[in-house]
Ligand binder design. Sequence first.
Ligand SMILES: Cc1ncc(C[n+]2csc(CCOP(=O)(O)OP(=O)(O)O)c2C)c(N)n1
Ligand SMILES: [Mg+2]
Length: 1102
Amino acid sequence: MHRAHTAFSLALSPMAHKNFATWLLKSSSSQQMAKVTAAAAVRTYNSAAAEPFANGSTASYVEEMYNAWLRDPTSVHTSWDAYFRSNSYVSPPNLAPVQANTLPLTSFNFGGAVGGAAPDSKTIDDHLAVQAIIRSYQIRGHNIAHLDPLEINTPELPGNSSTKSIYANFSFGEQDMDRQFKLPSTTFIGGDEASLPLKEILNRLENVYCNKIGVEFMFINSLEQCNWIRKRFETPGVLNFSPEEKRLILARLTRATGFEAFLAKKYSSEKRFGLEGCEIMIPALKEIIDVSTELGVESVIMGMPHRGRLNTLANVCRKPLNQIFTQFAGLEAADDGSGDVKYHLGTYIERLNRVTNKNIRLAVVANPSHLEAVDPVVQGKTRAEQFYRGDQEGKKVMSILIHGDAAFCGQGVVYETMHLSDLPDYTTHGTIHVVANNQIGFTTDPRFSRSSPYCTDVARVVNAPIFHVNADDPEAVMHVCKVAAEWRATFHKDCVIDLVGYRRNGHNEIDEPMFTQPLMYQKIRKHKNCLDLYADKLIAEGTVTGEEVKSVAAKYENICEEAFALAKTETHVKYKDWLDSPWSGFFEGKDPLKVAPTGVKEETLIHIGNRFSSPPPNAAEFVIHKGLLRVLAARKAMVDEKVADWALGEAMAFGSLLKEGIHVRLSGQDVERGTFSHRHHVLHHQLVDKATYNSLQHMYPDQAPYSVSNSSLSEYAVLGFEHGYSMTNPNALVLWEAQFGDFSNTAQSIIDQFISSGQSKWVRQSGLVMLLPHGMEGMGPEHSSCRVERFLQMSSDDPDYFPPESDEFGVRQLHDINWIVANCSTPANYYHILRRQIALPFRKPLILCTPKSLLRHPEAKSPFSEMSEGSEFQRIIPDNGPAGQNPSNVKKVVFCSGRVYYDLTKTRREKQLEGEIAIVRVEQISPFPFDLVKEQANLYKNAELVWAQEEHKNQGSWTYVQPRFLTALNHSRDVSQSDEQSSTNTTTTTDHTNHESDTDSDSKSKPWLSRMFAAPNSGGDPKDPAQNLGGDFNAAKHFDLKNVRHDFNRPAGIAAAPGARIAKTGRKISYVGRACGASTATGSKAQHIRELNALLNDAIST
Ligand SMILES: Cc1ncc(C[n+]2csc(CCOP(=O)(O)OP(=O)(O)O)c2C)c(N)n1
Ligand SMILES: [Mg+2]
């Protein structure tokens, strides 16, 4: 038994006591009261000492009375007056046991201050005790509820058997059981009855709180919410289901069970992570969706792990069964994407809800193996859908998250996600969490996997009610689901359904559970499944016949068989069938290689700049901090000079996109001001709380919405959230900023599992931007490097492959890669790369190293001319000074990226080597600008080439750029062929002839090529949303295959082109910078400066 059993500590609200006391006083002339008063000379109910319940609010009530009496003795009833006068009361009552009341009743003066004789203290105490018992059930009934179908976790409170422990400490005997007690306003067990005999009170409470449902809710701070829940569970008859409702539950359970059985029959040796032991989850989800649809929800976004996923797709989403079965056949894919295992793929379905007769959209978001990682992604996607639908209260779009018990309590991202649930810019207005609690995680028992009583305790932090329910009681489960859906629709807050079941098989179906849980599985083997139990019950009560039960099961099996036969005729799987976020219309009619211009009219820049540098118009009373007035004035001066610093460049990008109708959302820790106090998008009125002004929201009357929001202090959940947000609409710029770049590693699962690989696994594109402050500036081990090497290591471009050169080189590279990694050195380039995210005809995540000291560096400014019409993003910024103008004089070319450029130029200036050393900035590191690097190398034919970086040698960009430089410098097809050194020394290390001969027809023999250039699927339903998949365009239409040499479009994952003609002995590039290091530390400031100077001297020397 791992559930906690806590001592009684009741918290009766003073309000409840007051009402109760008033009632008692009003009734004090009743016969019963008179009898009690007469009979009891001395109180026998010495509960105060014996009853810990009195330590809580009962005592508070006394204290309240006492305080009132102290202020004005006439303000309390005379009985209290007498009591306090007797000095029996010890003030203040704290958690130490309160002394027994030994005051003889004769000392009470019931002299009729309020309508006749007052009740005796026993009566008061007994009623208080009954209230306390009711409350005790409400608080702790769940601890002894029969939640475990296996009855392994039976209630066993210390020293007491089950229920009695709730009220054992109260001195009620058998003789009290028929006594009538007035019910307080905090219970609904009476229905229309205001009072009940004690026996009935206990029976009803027992049924409500200790049966198959355990409601955990009394920690919720809102009385209204507590009462709402009490009413839903306590009202007599709430668990009565009509025969029709029971038949529906049975039918749904039959399908859920039948699906698992069918898979077991047909694919007995396959892992499928079945739901056996918790099949009720399927009818449960359907009930949640039915009730929510009835209450106005039109779109449900779900996130779930492996367990029961296929069943959910089949029976909740109603994904065609043949598509599911096809996944078992190990077929080749007919479309782009490397795919994922079947129990990770997403789906999107629009269908009629037959119960409510309303249309509903259901999406199950594709997820990685990483348990719970999908939670924030679902939240972000849901939030975005709510945003685009104008669904500000979450009435139309909702999310459901399904969890495993071990993962729910074990994975920190659950907590992080929970904490987003009530934040204004992150809330999805209530998520229903469903835990498929099979009381095991792989091979680990709960007692070894969590320290909390329940696996759901994490939800308590956000005041979410938790409904534990025995998964073998379908009607109890349905009731709980109905309440959960109504709760969400009423309060728009999270709640949790804990479906306590078991796992009939091993972790997967080919696993042996007896190795580790022998006793549990002995029980499971003997345990009838939920469907059989429920069918027996319905047959016994006459709701259905045995024949009906069999016929419903047989009917479903037939459906499965038909789909199975259909699946056998399929020759390919189609990834588009498994897409969770179709982008209807986005790709259609677009030239996949055409990038829209990113420069804008100068007058637009001026307009944005002026607005961005001005206080709120027509609001002279808005008091702005003096420091910010200086910031605004400096911005205005820059606009007048037509130059932009980093913050202004960013604002230009945002403002111009907003003007074009592109929603911009920037989220992360402290992003409103900016960690480095450079952004200041939100101005705060210095005298009025919460009065703010955000100029980017007021650029143009018809602009798109701009949202900038400080996030909770989480990376994992917030980055996941923004990734999810970016999935919904490609026409939005969604940015997440890390406080410092290295903090992004706490979100590594989102980066690895979703951002870098989402397109290849799930055909899902995302234009998410990660802004990662980066720069070795002597700030110690942290706050320095965003670990760009890690992002680069995950870039999917081939280091040994120089793609064919053409005008479209840059965009083709972007099209093919998994993401973009850049480190811009100018505000203008930052501006362009942000705008390019939207200008591209497809979407790729952008990983952007962003500066710290450059934010205020006097040279890190860009003229408007570099942002206006005709300008564009520069993948490489060549040397435009004396070196670039006279390249033949140049002895050395220093390639670099990011902030170090400014240090290098300063040193070069100081050493007066501006004519002899060229400094070339690689702004887009990945995909690597092979073409431009080659061009630069050819420009400085005789120069030595070095790569200078301030990061350690095993960090930064070096390990990524080095092999690519070699490929760029020595490509065997170097068109110039003028570099004698490279052409004469070129050796081809590996045979490449096969690739030389790649032709259109060859492509047919290569699976990766034929996949890439496959004809579009025709004959499909054009309304099928899955057809509008992200990345779905007919590549063959857009690429002239004759010009596409080799494996230019080789999808990631296919081995490098054998021998991509790399010359190993051609021109070289050498490294200048720090040695390898174990951490990102650059030591003390002094050491940092020493090392930096060494690197600058090495780089800037001839
Ligand atoms: C982050 C993460 N760690 C470990 C695993 C390996 N793993 C897969 S399933 C599983 C057990 C999950 O238990 P539970 O959450 O109770 O779900 P169940 O399989 O019982 O439905 C584990 C540890 C994983 N998938 N993800
Ligand atoms: Mg489990």
